[in-house]
Design a protein around this ligand. Structure first.
Ligand SMILES: O=C(O)C1=C[C@@H](OP(=O)(O)O)[C@@H](O)[C@H](O)C1
Ligand SMILES: C=C(OP(=O)(O)O)C(=O)O
Length: 427
């Protein structure tokens, strides 16, 4: 079990890049695998989750060359190029892999079994299994298909209209992928807009989609054409570096080539509302995704309220936002975020528990957190609970804690941010 130790720091400066976007990296491999032709991917995230996606598609017979950890070539042979896997498809820790892949598997004429780690075995799969069954899919698993392991016998699908009770890009993307293989039209409506990387990338691969407010529709029977994909830096990873620069005195850090998709930039809006000295320079688009540089300076912060439509735009940033809020003047309220309970861990409970160990004043609510600041952090020992974002949030908290922070089970960080510790040292 890996341990990382961070110490109280001063004056973080530099210009850095963070690893590629996790959501976009997964999609580049999956869409490349079902497209016709050679898809080249640059800036791929070689984190454990995206490596699980590569391995799953290799097991379905797709040739994927890795020229370097961040440069791939996916040899797609269209939908029919996927073959029945001879063994389990193991998604490891990755919710995105399992939910999106189920949308592909349910339309393929073969049998497959999908497994993952202990965290995946606790996460709800019925949010995709139920609508997939309405489309005619045959999926089963523990507790009537709510939990892994899942067995899928793919076959004929029928388009549906599905009103999703949650704003989830994984649910939406799963059903769009199933819908592409279904007869007729499939429509997914969500209560607010979740990240739209799937829509942007499917369009780049030649698929036609219709959007009407928070609903998106796809016509079955479309094929994908291979593309060149350049993956921007992951704003969810950049958020940890942004937090370090904001909280550590006398800091100024620029993070280059970060994805600035408006469905992901809630963290920038929240930090600016808190008074962060943060500048964004948009530089252009890579494969339909806006990209730019973010510069952050040490700042005096005020508390804020975070809820409603902002939540899906910063859902993965809430653990690190809680660390930041612990240093802001006043009481920060985070609400409407019950989805956090079904991530790699229950991130409401675990964030509160671990931050309190370092001396922060945090209360857990049913759908969020209440954080009283500013609280000087004493530091000490924390546990990632096997959750990459918790591990990184606590390591960053250590940069402003008197005794620093020793993070146990830090190997989880490799899920989304390989090189995290080395990058912190570089600042
Ligand atoms: O589609 C994606 O790539 C993701 C969607 C989000 O999950 P939900 O769809 O469950 O909200 C997010 O938390 C996850 O890290 C990645
Ligand atoms: C929730 C996350 O990922 P996933 O759902 O793909 O496991 C995350 O990266 O914070």
């Amino acid at each position: 079990m890996a341990v990382i130790q961070t110490e109280k720091r001063k004056g973080l400066t530099g210009s850095v890049r963070v690893p590629g976007d996790k959501s976009i990296s997964h999609r580049a491999v999956m869409f490349g695998a079902i497209a016709k032709g050679t898809t080249r991917v640059e800036g791929f995230l070689p984190g454990a989750d995206c490596l699980s996606t590569i391995e799953c598609f290799r097991r379905m017979g797709v040739t994927i060359h890795t020229h370097s950890p961040t440069s791939l070539q996916v040899e797609g042979q269209g939908w029919d190029g996927l073959r029945e896997p001879g063994s389990f498809l193991d998604v490891g820790n990755s919710g995105t892999t399992i939910r999106l892949m189920l949308g592909i598997l349910t339309g393929r004429p073969f049998w497959s079994t999908v497994i993952g780690d202990e965290s995946i075995a606790r996460r709800p799969m019925d949010r995709v299994v139920k609508p997939l069954r309405q489309m005619g899919a045959r999926v089963d698993g523990r507790r009537d298909g709510k939990f892994t392991p899942l067995g899928v016998r793919g076959g004929n699908l029928q388009g549906i209209r599905f009103e999703s009770p949650v704003a989830s890009a994984q649910v939406k993307s799963c059903l769009l992928l199933a819908g592409l293989q279904a007869a007729g039209t499939t429509t997914i409506a969500e209560p607010s807009l979740s990240r739209d990387h799937t829509e942007r990338m499917l369009r780049a691969f030649g698929v036609e989609l219709q959007r009407e407010g928070y609903a998106v529709s796809v016509q079955g029977g479309q094929s994908l054409v291979a593309q060149e994909v350049r993956v921007p830096g992951d704003i969810s990873s950049a958020a940890f570096i942004m937090a370090a620069a904001l909280l550590v005195p006398d800091s100024k850090v620029t993070i280059r080539d970060v994805g600035l998709n408006p469905t992901r930039t809630g963290i920038i809006d929240a930090l600016q509302a808190m008074g962060a000295r943060l500048e964004v320079e948009e530089k252009g688009e890579w494969c339909g995704e806006p990209v730019g540089d973010i510069t952050v300076r040490s700042s005096e912060l005020q508390s804020t309220e975070i809820g409603g439509d902002l939540i899906p735009r910063l859902i993965d940033e809430i653990p690190i936002l809680a660390v930041i809020a612990s240093q802001a003047e006043g009481t920060t309220v985070i609400k409407d975020a019950a989805e956090l309970k079904v991530k790699e861990t229950n991130r409401i409970a675990v964030t509160a528990q671990e931050l309190r160990k370092l001396g922060a004043r945090v209360e857990e609510t049913d759908d969020g957190l209440i954080i009283h600041g500013p609280s000087p952090l004493t530091g000490g020992e924390c546990d990632s609970h096997g959750d990459h974002r918790i591990g990184m949030a606590m390591a960053i908290a250590g940069l402003i804690a008197d005794r620093g922070c020793k993070v146990h089970r830090a190997e989880a960080i490799d899920v989304s941010f390989p090189g995290f510790e080395a990058l912190l040292q570089q600042l």
